[in-house]
Design a protein around this ligand. Sequence first.
Ligand SMILES: [Fe+2]
Length: 447
Amino acid sequence: MPFRVDYGFLSRRLRRELKAATLTDADNMPSPPYVNGTNRVAVTNLPTPDYYHYPWVALESVTRTHPGGVLVVWPDGQHLECHPLWLRENCPGPDGINPLSKENDLDVTDLDIASRVSNAFLEAGALVVEFTPEARRATFHPGWLRHVADGVHHPFSLLPNPKPWTTRDLQIPPTHNGSSVLEDDEALANWLHDLLETGLARLTCLPRDSHVVELVGRRIGALRDSNFGVTWHVSVDLDPNSTANTNARLPAHSDLPSRETPPGFQLLHCLENTVNGGQSTMTDGLAVIKHLQVEEPDVFRCLTNLKWTFFNRDANHDHRWTGPVIDKGDGRIPWTFRAFHPVRGFPAMSQHEIGDSYYSMQRLGEIANSSEFQIRYELEPGDLVAFDNRRILHGRESFNSQEGTRQLRGTYLDADEVYSRMRVLRRAIMAREQSLGLSNTMEDEDD
Ligand SMILES: [Fe+2]
């Protein structure tokens, strides 16, 4: 009878993805102990170069390859070819992976470039190799090798897949309870899951204190400072240093395109809102990209190729960067939108391309602010909305500042902080599963 993991605290989507991401079936657990070099250790304690607890995925076979490495194969046909120098670098122990830091102690200039595998065999499903000319034996955790074979080591492998949306799919931000996210890691995991998948997610029922945005941000990771401060206000200023601090309409835009790497995520916490107007708007840049690629490829080409110089300048700062309005990055995420007319200064293109660039930006604005792509909602006191600043184009309607007060408190985080927190939360969930001695043959109640 299979064990059952209690994933009831997680959203249905996160549970499904965890099920898919879990590496293997612990039913293959061999009988410890076995020989690892000169030390006899239990297989469950076999060190790996990181802090994950890998399920035991016993190997079926190993064969040596031409460059002196090995090819390992699992019973389900999955396989991994291991170069001898990469294997040697990842040997546990001295001049290899430090058992405390779990990082590589071997400087590449000290690596014997002639290292080859002279012998390879399996012990209890683990890979054992002997290196020449060093006369060193090392044992590799088959679960760790499997996570490489499955590509789980790639940067985006443990993160939710972004799902582009339009107003047909989404009318309000995915919404979670703010108090729970402040106190509970599982609630935090569910909120971050929606944030990464949808690009935005809202918290409600938070205290209306000015320090709350910092508390929520630090639940995720380090906050990103800027010339506006670690946290900053959004309200009508008599002497504004940003268009945000006026009562003007802000069309769909992204913040700080004047930086080499604009902030990955932004949090906005509403402290007070008694004005008429000022509704918040959000547009999914990924959906706009998909639309442009199919319907207006010439516009898409201009937006991704023609560059502008953006700037933030005040009495004490002078930030500048040159880039396209849509930066394709690595082709997945982050796509980086550089879209904010108040800080777009100078065309960095030939004269004959400038007209096409203006037309393309105009089409982007018309699409991003259209009812097909842009949602519009009220930001209530105590609400906090988080969004991917490089993917989601945010904005607000104009409002009458004579009739009331609208005060927000904001902060930025680099995308790395959000990604890291999501991975660590998932690691804790997987470790909990294994510490309970449960297999990964989870019975998903949604199935
Ligand atoms: Fe903004």
